[in-house]
Write a new protein. Structure first.
Length: 278
């Protein structure tokens, strides 16, 4: 992105939008896009402003928020591509969707590495010039495996995407990367949490197959939801056919969530997300 992005939230009060836009306009910068939202239950106000970059305006924004410590903000400068690490197990469709979209320039990130608990995808990943790390993972070696992953990620990843990584990470690992881990769950949450959701859906005779991208928390499949979508099915679909059509929904939903995160469009509010600028 060639513009600067300001995202902020605060207790609602009159004049916040005017104050922020005036800071930018007084510095001679054009606002390319502005979106905001007021949560009427908590009276929290959320705003995202995309504007022409200017060191003078950046400094003015920092001074403004330093004078308002009750307000939370992030200022993202242009052309700062985040580093993304992908975790994957045996299923490669979600991983490949991300790799191809990044290569096409649709998602503005650098894929710094792929980590897997299987060595299956090494050749596939390395042909794209991406580093691949095989880190075996099970209950007996979980602590050692997570430390190995932390060592690999240190300074090399701004956020993590679980692209059908079929292992449960520890609360300590998740807290270390709080709201920096995005997961794709192959179900329209909160339905069919946990393992084998397509089999659960088939047994219930569902008429909609869905997928959910969410931030990972210590509550299994219970983190703030970023994006969801569904596809209509009927009683003629077998379990295997549900899996096939479901993958298309997973790919689309995960790509949207990663794109929004990479473009600084997602703000976490309690156990929900506010997605601005979409």
């Amino acid at each position: 992105m060639n513009n600067s992005v300001l995202i902020a939230h605060t207790k609602d009060r009159v004049g916040v939008t005017s104050e922020l836009t005036s800071l930018i306009a007084d510095g001679g910068c054009n606002i390319e896009h502005l979106d905001h939202f007021l949560d009427h239950e908590s009276y929290q106000f959320f705003i995202r402003i995309v504007f022409d970059p200017s060191n003078e305006v950046h400094d003015a924004i920092h001074r403004y928020f330093n004078a308002h410590p009750d307000m939370h903000y992030e200022l993202h400068l242009p052309n700062q591509r985040q580093k993304m690490a992908i975790f994957v197990s045996k299923m490669d469709h979600a991983m490949m969707e991300l790799i191809l979209r990044v290569r096409a320039g649709e998602i503005p990130v650098e894929i710094s590495m792929v980590i897997s608990n299987h060595d299956t995808h090494r050749d596939l990943v390395e042909q794209f010039g991406i580093r691949f790390h095989h880190v075996p993972f099970n209950k007996e070696i979980k602590a050692r495996a997570e430390q190995q992953m932390i060592d690999l990620l240190d300074g090399q990843a701004d956020f993590i995407v679980l692209a059908r990584y079929m292992q449960i990470l520890s609360p300590e690992f998740i807290e270390r990367y709080k709201f920096k881990i995005i997961n794709i769950h192959h179900s329209f949450l909160p339905a069919f949490i946990g393992a084998k959701p397509y089999a659960q859906a088939y047994d219930r005779g569902v008429k909609l197959i869905g997928a959910t991208a969410h931030y990972v928390t210590s509550e299994l499949d219970g983190g703030p939801i970023i994006q969801q979508d569904v596809l209509r099915v009927n009683h003629r679909y077998t379990k295997d056919e549900l899996v096939v059509v479901g993958r298309h929904v997973e790919n689309r939903v995960l790509a949207d969530a990663v794109m929004w995160h990479a473009n600084h469009k997602v703000l976490v509010h309690g156990n929900k997300t506010i997605v601005l600028g979409v």
